[in-house]
Design a protein around this ligand. Structure first.
Ligand code: PLP
Ligand code: COI
Length: 355
């Protein structure tokens, strides 16, 4: 258990006006969490301090070799006023999965969750309550040794910042357009694709810019070797309903093990809807669309929640899904996940945690 000291912000910013729509990731609350690490000493000095700039040497290793990780989860305002987190233990576990891969020291899961809860409590009034809004929580760790050789750092900062957010896509729950990328790749097996680390997102930017220029919201990645099998979308895992069955790419080491993905698989199975985690080729998808068997496509993610996909493009092939509308499974999943997150529907035990 951490002994977290709190230094209150004496110049707090006002909470955003409730009537203004919240853009994703643009506003930050009045406080942040910081904890240091040093080899031989472990994690120390956990503190909640006013949100502010931090000072690092220009030679800090994170700037040169990207030894860093991040997470994403949300706090939700229930109708009865409670502040709720959704499966924060899963973010704690994934943090350590990422840390192990990047030679970053692990953090005890209970400390990770405690730090989030205490910070959210301090800025609790910032949790918005309008439909489709929440307080996005961004824990991250950076390597801070001032050193130019390549090796794991001996010092780190673990920080958490908070941002009141609306929908990730301007489309909201309206279906998004996705670009299937067959030139650039994001990750390969044995690499860092399964880890939540900035390098994966840096690798994704060129394709994302290309997709945006073509009028698409995000990229759907194919495997890095054959460029044949479907992996995931820029900030979401992907699901297809083909011939009555839901399929999603299996976790193969190069895609992020999404917490929303896991939750969706659980919910679908609890409704007796068959879900298969498997290798799915882009050709299989195009054939399914050609023969009218592709019933629904949706992405899953903390930021994106459940995001229906209405249109996919692969080279000259354009796949239209549900006539560009929202499919019944996507809608039911959205309503159920959001209902559970807001404490209105009872989910599986342990999914919702009060702050
Ligand atoms: N895949 C990528 C690349 C992501 O950035 C995200 C978002 O965090 C996801 C999938 C979905 O993961 P989760 O449901 O845990 O947010
Ligand atoms: C998420 O937290 O859902 C993310 O995908 C992180 C970010 C890329 C917005």
């Amino acid at each position: 258990m951490l002994n977290i000291r709190v230094e209150k912000n004496v110049n707090p910013k006002p909470i955003p006006d409730k009537d203004n729509p919240l853009k994703f990731g643009t506003i930050f609350t009045n406080h942040m969490f910081i904890m240091n690490y040093e080899t031989g000493k472990g994690w120390f000095d956990p503190r909640i301090v006013p949100y502010d700039k931090i000072s690092l040497g220009p030679s800090a290793m994170v700037f040169h070799y990207a030894q860093e990780m991040f997470e994403g989860l949300k706090a939700y305002r229930a109708k009865d006023g409670r502040a709720l987190l959704f499966r924060p233990d899963m973010n704690a576990k994934r943090t350590n999965l990422t840390n192990d891969r990047l030679c970053i020291p692990t953090i005890p899961e209970e400390d990770f969750v405690q730090a989030i809860k205490e910070l959210v409590k301090v800025d609790e009034e910032w949790i918005p309550d309008r439909e489709g809004t929440s307080l996005y929580i961004r824990p991250f760790i950076i390597a801070t040794d001032e050193f130019l050789g390549v090796r794991p750092s001996n010092t780190y900062l673990f920080m958490i910042i908070l941002s009141p957010v609306g929908p990730y896509y301007p489309e909201g729950l309206d279906p998004v357009k996705i670009w299937i990328e067959d030139d650039y790749v994001r990750a390969v097996k044995g690499g860092i694709g399964f880890a939540k680390t900035g390098g994966n997102y840096a690798a994704s930017l060129a394709a994302q810019v290309k997709a945006h220029d073509e009028g698409y919201s995000q990229v759907l990645w194919l495997d890095g070797v054959e460029r044949k099998y479907i992996e995931e979308v820029g900030a979401m895992n992907i699901f297809f309903k083909i011939n009555g069955k839901v399929v999603t790419p299996m976790l193969n080491g190069s895609i992020l093990p999404g917490i929303t993905r896991d939750s969706v698989i659980n919910l679908l199975r609890s409704w007796n809807i068959e879900v298969e985690e498997k290798q799915i080729s882009v050709d299989e998808l195009i054939d399914a669309a050609k023969f009218g068997a592709l019933e629904e496509v949706f992405g899953t993610g903390t930021a994106a929640v459940i995001s229906p996909v209405g249109h996919l493009r692969y080279g000259d092939n354009v796949i239209k899904v549900q006539d560009g509308g929202i499919g019944p499974i996507s809608q039911k999943l959205y309503d159920s996940i959001v209902g559970i997150q807001l404490g209105e529907i009872e989910g599986p035990e342990g999914w919702v945690v009060e702050v």
